[in-house]
Design a protein around this ligand. Structure first.
Ligand code: PMP
Length: 401
């Protein structure tokens, strides 16, 4: 027996994918970045529609200058955990900026978004508690739930009635109930009916955590996410999110009004047992947060772009997800068709994401496009043309309208 024997099924599945897909959809290399929306892939200028750079801020001048200055002033790494030598004034300033942006009492900054959700879910839910998770929640939430010793109850995706039913079925329980949901779900780009969930949370006296990874900087008047858009921020106990999408850097956060949040700094393992974010990343994130605060027109442009793309795909006859958001997915029937489509889109000059089962919610492959404020109308229209051409070339049937 070899230690890798357990990966045989994966090896076979990947060998099958490689036999039908000229390029490895999980091994794309961006050789050079030309701008927020154009990169060099396989030696060719390619439109980038598979990044999470929703507001184009990974390339902002303000962030680049702030990062360079911070690197010169502080060095390029902290070499330690937040609870040892890894807290600089910059980390505290960013936590204050984020808390203020969300109108919350406190904020904890983590080294990645994954660690923020992993840490919060695994630490808040104790062994006598109940975790209620949407069936489509991100891997970081499920991983955190496994690290916690809580009872895990999965409810139907975006179905607040199903959550209520499952809570009532439990009857009176001594433990705490923590519900974890997302603002925008990353596979179909569909949006949570958050008012309905807030209602259940109130009725059942539960705690509510929302991951606004794909909605922060995009929804709500100020960009605070779906909770702001739906005016239910008072019902949210913990908001988690990431810097790696609209903020254009890397890192994660949790904001909350709970008066004892600081205790979590002393017991959240993914916060304590890893090095803190380097100064240049913190400085760049602070600079980009200022841009989000002062330039709401960026999120309006993103939504205009998303709406244009979504409606064009629908009128061309593609099967899309239900909502218009930062992620717009086309649902295909099988792996061969999806991988051919993805390869053809790349050959025609655009990079998008291919998501395959079991990572997709309903066992069908998805072609995911991330729409950005930085995309021009011409780039959006070009991607629509590429999709239509690719569908013809590989034989994806389009619905007649
Ligand atoms: N939560 C959700 C909903 C996500 O989609 C992601 C990343 N795709 C994360 C958390 C993790 O964020 P990061 O990649 O910044 O670690």
């Amino acid at each position: 027996m070899d230690i890798f024997t357990k990966f045989k099924t994966l090896e076979t599945a990947f060998a099958h994918l490689s036999s039908i897909s000229e390029h490895n959809p999980f091994g794309t290399t961006i050789e050079k970045m030309i701008s927020a929306t154009i990169g060099i892939i396989n030696g060719k200028e390619t439109l980038l529609f598979g990044t999470n750079n929703y507001l184009g801020l990974s390339q902002s001048d303000a962030a680049r200058h702030a990062a360079a200055d911070a690197a010169m002033q502080y060095g390029v790494g902290t070499t330690g955990s937040r609870i040892a030598n890894g807290t600089y004034s910059l980390h505290q300033e960013l936590e204050q900026d984020l808390a203020k942006f969300f109108n919350r009492r406190s904020c904890m900054v983590f080294s990645t978004g994954y660690q923020a959700t992993l840490g919060m879910v695994s630490t808040l839910a104790g062994k006598d508690d109940y975790l209620f998770l949407d069936a489509d929640c991100h891997a970081s939430i499920y991983d955190g739930s496994r690290m916690s010793q809580a009872q895990i109850i999965r409810f139907r995706h975006n179905d607040a009635d199903d959550l209520r039913k499952r809570m009532r079925r439990l009857g009176d329980i001594p433990g705490i109930k923590l519900v974890v949901v997302e603002g925008v779900y990353s596979m179909f780009g569909d949006v949570i009916p958050l008012k309905e969930f807030a209602q259940v949370k109130r009725e059942e006296n539960a705690y509510l955590m929302i991951d606004e990874a794909h909605s922060f900087g995009i929804f709500g008047e100020h960009g605070r996410g779906i909770a702001e858009r739906d005016q239910v921020e008072a019902d949210i106990d913990f908001t988690v999110g990431t810097f790696s999408k609209s903020l254009g850097t890397v890192g994660g956060y949790c904001v909350s009004d709970h008066p004892q949040m600081d205790l979590l700094r002393l017991c959240t393992r993914p916060y304590m047992f890893t090095a803190s974010l380097p100064p240049e990343v913190i400085a760049a994130t602070k600079a980009n947060l200022e841009i989000i605060k002062n330039h709401p027109e960026l999120m309006h442009k993103l939504m205009d772009n998303a709406s244009r793309f979504y409606h064009a795909l629908q009128s061309a006859g593609f099967l899309t997800g239900p909502d218009i958001s930062s992620v717009i997915s086309v649902i295909l029937e099988d792996l061969v068709q999806a991988s051919r489509f993805w390869n053809r889109v790349l050959e025609l000059g655009a990079y998008i994401n291919l998501s395959l089962p079991p990572a997709t919610p309903d066992s069908r492959p998805l072609l995911r496009a991330s729409i950005a404020a930085a995309h021009t109308t011409e780039q959006i229209d070009k991607l629509v043309q590429i999709y239509i051409q690719a569908a013809q070339d590989v034989g994806v049937p389009l619905k007649k309208n």
